[in-house]
Design a protein around this ligand. Structure first.
Ligand code: HDC
Length: 279
């Protein structure tokens, strides 16, 4: 296990994050520190661990590693304590969970626990999965382990969705979102994106995770955990359609790109905090 990495944030970082995942000027609770209900959208929990030091190098884990071929595959977030502070000093500690060999690709999963630096209280737990194109075939385990909510299939029911939320991203979405800490050039530099096999820079997975998570939060209330698989890429400017089904305490959801009809997020669900569930 690595030693902890500090992450310090202020109200300004909260507003920047909220704007990065589509908060509007009329959403005063997200964009104005003077509002009585000023808050950070709970998907923010993926930000403090993002730069956490991990006790390994991808180069040492898989053959042919190249940052240009790295895609975000899945994300699982637990919010272990509400309300989420709008300014704090946190410490994140990461560990390697598993390396899976998909033949062409490798899948590497890390787990990061984030605590309040002053109180030691756990605030967030994340599992982040990266999909490394061209890094498979090394004879590793073929299937990921069952990790409960973090790996659940979350197949949508056959009925029509209970709620649908449409949100257009802006052409500047990735340029804005990156200021919350993911400076991967894949999202803004056309030359880098091209080397990674894309015609133009693609949107951060965690940006459209935030947009979908915001829709779940606004329609159903606070969640204790949320899991997504990034099933397809999104270009800044495209419109996201998030379909949600409430199944007991759980909201199963998926997000499609309106312009292409293709799935961007699949296998996704959020388990609501007891007593929530507005619908
Ligand atoms: O699904 C394809 C795809 O393109 N998904 C979208 C990826 C994306 O846009 N991600 C977000 C942008 S990248 C980003 O934000 C990077 C960021 O800056 C840095 C992140 C750092 C994170 C934290 C640091 C620690 C693709 C390419 C992923 C897979 O498509 P295919 O190659 O066609 O694969 P497919 O045939 O569907 O499946 C092959 C096997 O792989 C498994 N799999 C598929 N998608 C997966 C995945 N596993 C994990 N995550 C995914 N997203 C399948 O289950 C299949 O396995 P099996 O054969 O055993 O069933």
């Amino acid at each position: 296990e690595a030693k902890g990495t500090e992450f310090k944030y202020t109200e300004r970082d909260v507003m920047l994050y909220n704007l990065g995942i589509g908060a509007k000027r009329t959403d005063l609770r997200y964009i104005f520190e003077g509002n009585d209900e000023f808050q950070v959208i709970p998907t923010f929990g993926v930000i403090p661990p993002f730069d956490a030091e991990l006790p390994y190098n991808l180069d040492d884990l898989v053959p042919n590693f190249s940052p240009m071929m790295l895609l975000h595959g899945e994300q699982y977030l637990e919010v272990r304590k509400y309300p989420i502070p709008t300014a704090a000093r946190l410490i994140s500690k990461g560990k390697l969970l598993e390396v899976v060999d998909k033949g062409n690709a490798a899948v590497v999963k890390s787990g990061v626990t984030t605590v309040n630096a002053e109180t030691g209280e756990e605030i967030f737990y994340n599992e982040m999965t990266v999909f490394l194109r061209g890094c498979g075939g090394f004879g590793g385990q073929k299937k990921p382990a069952d990790r409960g909510a973090s790996t659940a299939a979350n197949k949508p029911p056959t009925r029509l969705p209970d709620v649908v939320v449409e949100e257009k991203t802006t052409e500047e979405q990735a340029a804005l979102y990156r200021l919350s800490g993911d400076y991967n050039p894949l999202h803004v530099d056309p030359a880098f994106a091209k080397m990674g096999g894309f015609k133009q820079p693609i949107l951060h997975g965690l940006c459209f995770f935030g947009i979908a998570g915001k829709a779940v939060y606004e329609k159903f209330g606070a969640f204790k955990n949320i899991k997504v698989r990034f099933a397809g890429t999104v270009m800044p400017g495209q419109t996201l359609v998030t379909e949600m089904w409430k199944e007991g305490n759980k909201v199963i959801f998926q997000t499609k790109v309106k312009e292409t009809g293709k799935l961007a997020i699949g296998g996704a669900a959020a388990e609501l905090v007891e007593g929530e569930g507005k619908l």
